[in-house]
Ligand binder design. Structure first.
Ligand code: F6P
Length: 324
């Protein structure tokens, strides 16, 4: 392997830049050429490439987003699109790929690898933490800190006005963010897709909390939760059934994906980038680099995509005990 392409794809996440920096510098360390591919698979299809050296990634370890930009490419899902991508990579003499993203990114990478036998390593970058084969995806830790900080601020106003807040957080189909920030910010209830609390138990819990002397409350709602009502419908429902609280809703949205990466994410990204490049140089392919029991480990891409990232149910119990 003489020239490695690096790209970011899917939803951006804090720590992606630190991972790009690590891939580029590990290539430089091993005297391998490195090329940045812009806008994920979209840029690959268009041949939007730029040679990168150790100095091209200066000053980005602390930056959110991704300097290589990102996209969710529909064209790469077609055979034609992947054929063009392969032609562009071959024309540019790129002979291996490090792809930083989530399960959509890895699914595309796997199909591409099957069709063209192209050497690929994946680095998990998504705030959702929904990838099997790693305890932490890049950006997850930063997002938790960002969200906890936002909830702390909402709590100030909630308690000043004796209000109940439903706060919707991201996470797609999983409740990792909701569960952890719920415990970290001391939420009264946490609604996650992995466990349907049910409307009756939600009301019961809010009544109990009011009766115990609490004047304000925070309920964290994962965007993918299964209670059957969105946060605005939940507000209406609770106001209908409980007159004790004035209810407000806050949907945190894309601010959760931005900001400077935490030290944890920067270190993790640096470790993952080194491992990704060095694994390709050892002729390994079709793996994802992950963190398991604080060790950097490889998981086959298909397992990373198909496997389930287990939620820590113990945290739900901890939350219950903390809100007595
Ligand atoms: O996967 C990251 C994520 O932020 C999810 O939490 C969220 O469901 C989704 O992306 C939002 O996607 P978009 O930025 O395309 O609206």
């Amino acid at each position: 392997i003489k020239k490695i392409g690096v790209m970011t794809s899917g939803g951006d996440a804090p720590g992606m830049n630190a991972a790009i920096r690590s891939v580029v510098r590990t290539c430089a360390f091993h005297n391998i050429e490195c090329v940045g591919i812009y806008r994920g698979y979209e840029g690959m299809i268009e041949g939007d490439f730029k040679p990168m050296n150790a100095r091209s990634v200066k000053g980005i370890i602390n930056k959110g987003g991704t300097v290589l930009k990102s996209a969710r490419s529909k064209t790469f899902m077609t055979k034609e699109g992947r054929k063009t991508a392969y032609q562009k990579l071959t024309e540019a003499n790129i002979d291996a790929l490090v792809t930083i993203g989530g399960d959509g990114t890895f699914t595309g990478a796997m199909v591409f690898n099957q069709e063209y036998d192209f050497p690929i390593m994946g680095i998990p970058g998504t705030i959702d933490n929904d990838i099997f084969g790693t305890s932490h995806t890049l950006g997850y830790d930063t997002a938790l800190n960002t969200v906890v900080e936002a909830i702390d601020k909402i709590r100030d106003t909630a308690s000043s006005h004796n209000r109940l807040f439903f706060i919707e957080v991201m996470g797609r189909d999983v409740g990792h963010i909701a569960l952890n920030v719920g415990v970290g910010a001391g939420a009264e209830e946490i609604l996650i897709p992995e466990e349907d609390l049910g409307l009756d138990r939600l009301l019961e819990s809010l009544r109990r909390s009011k009766a115990s002397g609490k004047s304000s409350s925070i309920v964290v709602v994962a965007e993918g939760d299964k209670i059957g009502k969105n946060v605005f419908e939940l507000k209406d429902y609770v106001e209908e059934h409980m007159t004790e609280y004035e209810v407000r809703v806050s949907v945190l949205g894309h601010m959760q994906r931005g900001g400077s990466p935490s030290c944890f994410d920067r270190v993790l990204a640096s470790r993952m980038g080194v491992k990704a490049v060095e694994s390709l140089l050892e002729n390994k392919t079709n793996f994802m680099v992950g963190l398991l029991h604080d060790k950097i480990a490889l998981t086959p891409l298909d397992k990373a995509v198909k496997g389930k990232s287990e939620i820590n149910m113990e945290l739900l119990r901890v939350s219950d005990i903390m809100t007595t």
